[in-house]
Design a protein around this ligand. Structure first.
Ligand code: FAD
Ligand code: NAD
Length: 474
């Protein structure tokens, strides 16, 4: 007899492991199947996010920021260091330790919550059975009343710049360079290109980013994208827009690139090439032919607004389904699905999901951009406030960027908040709370904000919507 569960989750990334823990908390007998193996070849829970995504990238962003500050920020504080050195084994090893701590932590959380882990590839069979194939090829079949598919995503590969793991790499490769590449090429000025491009630029690489679109950070508010572009250029990140890669050839340990921009065909030679042109849903070996689960035109698992696939008891969440590919989006879907399965009122508000880019300065936003409001014909008022007028930001020597708030012209309801500047990854949370509670700019304007903090930029931007900011002309 195969083991029977209330819920089987396939995939232990931030969507799957969080969904599994919530299901177990709700008293459901839960298993979670995952196929990821870590750098040591052993099973590692936590998916892309913990192993080769959010967490390791932030570890390297922080280490590289400390190194960059030695030459670019500390002198302004009157502090100088002669001949700073980088020990690459420690630089990468610290990141690996953090990854191990967190992937191991998921195992402990599973134990504490009584989630049964299965290590291997899970395939959904008809009738909510799941066949698990372990690394040694052995198979077992388990079954459940409900199966949650959370198989995540993988990097998109360009046919003319195939990953070789050595010279042409994806995110995992760029998190593991054993030495600082003298010249780093990056294809795609999206989130990964900017974050990992920043890591290696700060460590001393000459970084050139080739982006196909004519607009920089097209998904962000245009004013914020413009300010961010200016700061990145100052740091020496060379970003070529409206540029299309034609060819990448590895010759004698170098990568020779041919790309076309407005001026015609261009050549570039780099030591390493990071291809970061987006990710696609991963569903290989996930579904038997007769399950009835459908994929959409982009290969994502087709779901309704409740993450249900249309097949009785089969749900799908995270990067494998529509919506932004963000860890927190997947986690909230995991919680909601577990709650729907348990007969409770699950909830995900897709309109207030925060987006953050962990560059320096950071970029963060939630809600509509000014262009989206204009295009939709929604009347709005704008409030802005620069970090240059924020005492705390000046004291930190990080007074760049601004907060921009968009509120409905008639009701004053906050429709979007966009920021570039120091610490905005944390400041956006206040705005998300206000938007979630359907707050107005006046609500934020009337709330006492501690002085001197970076959050005063949010307060002043809210005041500025009504043209009554105190520390700037209106
Ligand atoms: P995944 O994390 O991809 O996990 C899916 C898991 O399922 C994997 O372990 C996979 O091996 C397993 N699996 C797949 N198929 C099967 C199968 N058939 N059987 C068993 N197991 C299977 N997002 C943020 O919100 N903030 C960030 O700062 C951030 N930084 C990132 C940095 C980088 C470099 C990258 C690449 C991504 C980053 N992301 C970030 C995106 C984030 O990692 C993803 O949105 C998130 O991991 C998606 O979660 P998921 O659980 O849907 O899928
Ligand atoms: P992305 O979608 O953010 O950016 C890809 C970029 O590549 C786009 O600007 C696109 O126009 C460009 N592009 C596509 N094809 C191209 C080509 N042939 N030549 C040149 N440019 C091309 O994707 P990503 O940076 O690979 O990241 C993947 C996902 O991971 C994203 O959806 C993102 O949400 C997630 N992620 C999030 C974070 C974060 O939240 N801080 C960090 C990293 C990754």
């Amino acid at each position: 007899m195969s083991e029977k569960y209330d819920v089987i989750v396939i995939g232990a990334g931030p969507a799957g492991y969080v969904g599994a823990i919530r299901a177990a908390q709700l008293g459901l007998k839960t298993a979670c199947v995952d196929a990821f193996t870590g750098k040591d070849g052993k099973p590692a829970l936590g998916g892309t996010c913990l192993n080769v995504g959010c967490i390791p990238s932030k570890a390297l962003l922080d280490s590289s920021r400390q190194y960059w500050n030695l030459a670019h920020n500390l002198p302004a504080h009157g502090i100088s260091v002669d001949n700073p050195k980088v020990d690459m084994a420690t630089f990468i090893g610290r990141k690996d330790k953090i990854v191990k701590q967190f992937t191991g932590g998921i195992g402990q959380l599973f134990k504490a919550n009584k989630v049964t882990p299965y290590f291997g590839t899970g395939k959904l069979l008809k009738g909510n059975q799941v066949e698990v194939t372990a690394a040694d090829g052995s198979k077992q079949t388990i079954s459940a009343t409900n199966v949650i598919l959370a198989s995540g995503s993988i990097p998109i590969e360009l046919p003319f710049a195939k990953f070789d793991g050595k010279h042409i790499v994806d995110n995992a490769g760029a998190l593991d360079f054993t030495e600082v590449p003298k010249r780093l090429g990056v294809i795609g000025a999206g989130v990964i290109g900017l974050e990992l491009g920043s890591v290696w630029r700060r460590m001393g690489s000459e970084v050139t980013i080739i982006e196909a679109l004519p607009d920089f950070l097209a998904a962000a508010d245009a004013d914020i994208a413009k300010l961010a572009a200016k700061e990145f250029a100052k740091q020496g990140l060379s970003i070529k827009l409206d540029a299309k890669l034609n060819k990448a050839e590895v010759k004698k340990g170098e990568v020779h690139l041919t790309y076309t921009d407005k001026s015609g065909e261009q050549q570039l030679v780099v030591d390493k090439l990071l291809v970061a042109v987006g990710r696609r849903a991963y569903t290989r070996d996930l579904l038997a032919d007769d399950t009835g689960v459908k994929l959409d035109e982009r290969g994502r698992i087709l779901v309704d607004e409740h993450c249900h696939t249309g097949v009785d008891g089969v749900w799908a969440i995270g990067d494998a389904v529509r919506g932004p590919m963000l860890a927190h989006k997947g986690s909230e879907e995991g919680v909601a699905v577990a709650e729907w399965i348990a007969g409770k009122a699950g909830h995900v508000n897709y309109d207030t999901i925060p987006f953050v880019i962990y560059t320096e300065p950071e970029v963060a936003w939630a809600g509509k951009t000014e262009k989206e409001l204009k295009d939709a014909g929604i009347p709005y008022r704008v409030g802005t406030f620069p970090f240059a007028a924020i005492g705390r930001a000046v004291a930190m020597n990080e007074a760049m960027g601004q907060v921009k708030m968009l509120a409905h012209a008639d009701t004053d309801r906050i429709l979007g908040v966009h920021m570039v500047g120091p610490g905005v990854s944390e400041l956006i949370a206040e705005c998300v709370v206000a938007m979630e509670f359907k707050g107005s700019s006046e609500d934020l304007a009337r709330i006492v904000h501690a002085h001197p903090t970076l959050s005063e930029a949010v307060h002043e931007a809210a005041l500025s919507v009504d043209k009554r900011a105190i520390h700037k002309g209106n």
